[in-house]
Design a protein around this ligand. Structure first.
Ligand code: ADP
Length: 221
């Protein structure tokens, strides 16, 4: 039983001579606990696919099922709660809140959900990512790589069922990038988390259980 399933997904932008078929009849099925890499060149449709899978954007047609719930059938409110509880996003541009410290950024989704963070687990993550001495810093006093690691910690700390990551290693040196992939693999195994990660780097993609190649909005096998 797949945890994540996209059927006949189309996303078109513009029209007539400006029509862009960002996704053109895409079918994707991801099993629970799988670590999937979506690989493709720039403009191939990777981010569009991830946004649809996480309910951040609405497809032109087709459907997305997450844990046997249809995203398109949820109200905006249901979707917000669902995303916060079940999905951890790691964005390319970090999306950190500038007036919150690294620590406050990391625990924000858990607290918004009215819960308390698992302090032991949080410590494990931040130590592994070498952030433990930076937790009181504001994002403006963190390097790009450190900000990315804060964003990764934030996605992991609530132990979501699914992690959707857009080029999580894009701004990291290769050693730190490898560590991040190891951490994602480790948490996916430990908590049976499902990970869908975008990358254009085939070396990184090889570390995933499954690779999905996308070209001009279509899946290539
Ligand atoms: P990737 O993540 O692989 O770089 P994207 O999913 O961002 O690719 O983009 C796929 C295609 O859709 C590209 O041709 C891009 O220019 C186009 N596109 C993405 N978002 C928009 C948008 N909001 N409006 C118009 N075109 C878009």
């Amino acid at each position: 039983m797949p945890i994540l399933c996209a059927s006949h997904l189309k996303k078109y932008y513009g029209k007539d001579e400006n029509l862009v078929k960002a996704l053109d009849n895409v079918n994707v099925s991801v099993d629970k606990g799988q670590f999937v890499a979506v690989i493709g060149t720039s403009g191939s449709g990777k981010s569009t696919l991830l946004n649809m899978l996480g309910g951040l954007d609405v497809p032109t047609s087709g459907s997305v099922q997450v844990e046997d719930q249809s995203i398109e059938k949820m109200s905006e409110e249901q979707l917000t709660v669902f995303r916060r509880r079940r999905i951890g996003f790691i964005f390319q541009n970090y999306n950190l809140i500038p007036y919150l410290t690294a620590y406050e950024n990391i625990v924000l989704p858990v607290r918004l959900d009215g819960k308390k963070e698992d302090k032991g687990f949080l410590k494990e993550i931040v130590q592994f990512l070498e952030l433990d001495k930076k937790l009181q810093n504001y994002p403006s006093h963190l390097s790009g790589g450190q900000q990315q690691r804060v964003a990764i910690s934030r996605a992991l700390v609530s132990k979501p069922a699914i992690i959707l990551a857009d080029e999580p290693t894009g701004n990291l040196d290769s050693r730190t990038g490898d560590k991040v992939i190891d951490l994602l693999k480790m948490t996916s195994e430990k908590f049976s988390q499902t990970i869908v990660m975008i990358t254009h780097n085939s070396k990184i993609a090889e570390k995933a259980d499954v690779q999905i190649r996308i070209e001009d909005g279509k899946i290539r096998s």
